[in-house]
Write a protein that binds this ligand. Sequence first.
Ligand code: URA
Length: 239
Amino acid sequence: MRVDLERLLRSQGFGSRAECRALVARGRVAVDGQVCEDSGAQFETEGFSFAVDNVVWNYRKLVYLALNKPAGYECSRRPVHHPSVYSLLPPPLVMRGVQAVGRLDQDTTGLLLLTDDGSFIHRYTSPRKLVPKIYEVITRHPIDEAQRAALLGGVELHGESKLVAATACTLLNERKLCLTVTQGKYHLVKRMVAAVGNRVAGLHRIAIGGFSLPVAMPLGQWMWLESPSGLGDLRDDFD
Ligand code: URA
């Protein structure tokens, strides 16, 4: 599809039409290494790349990101007590409406997916889709075999009509578990661990669906995911 530069910049989160026109007029936008001062210039969107203030961007119809969330950030656009995870992203990504796929508590670290693809958010947060989410859980007290078995067998949680069970639970050391859950309820892991008589002292999400956070990725850093297909197929919950 061929689109003029002003519309192209707008679609990528660089502001209103007037703001995008002004960016171009001020010589802040380059295409193929040359400043382009014509906001009406037409470009093919497929494979298009441009620079704003010398930062290179590739045109993306939709964006998919993985953030290694640090502690002390809220997954809300209007945070109350802590800064927002959106403050860790470049402003154009926030401007184009990227949203977190589900939420992590402010004190939870690790993998947070973000996208402006509404249908992806819907699929990945739908309770019927059973998307596996894998957490490393540090517990306050040593974990015993009875607690591990109870997490796998299912625990009663206030407000839930059915038992909630982990789909996998491996002991990494006496106070560290690797726990897989497929639901996305509020404080789910903390409530499950409390239900078996322990306490979460630290929570870090390492994977969602088929995507694992790169081990070397520092907290606070984000990366592009080129397409959602690498995140694995989803199956439906029909029971
Ligand atoms: N479960 C929790 O208790 N907290 C999170 O942030 C994620 C899952």
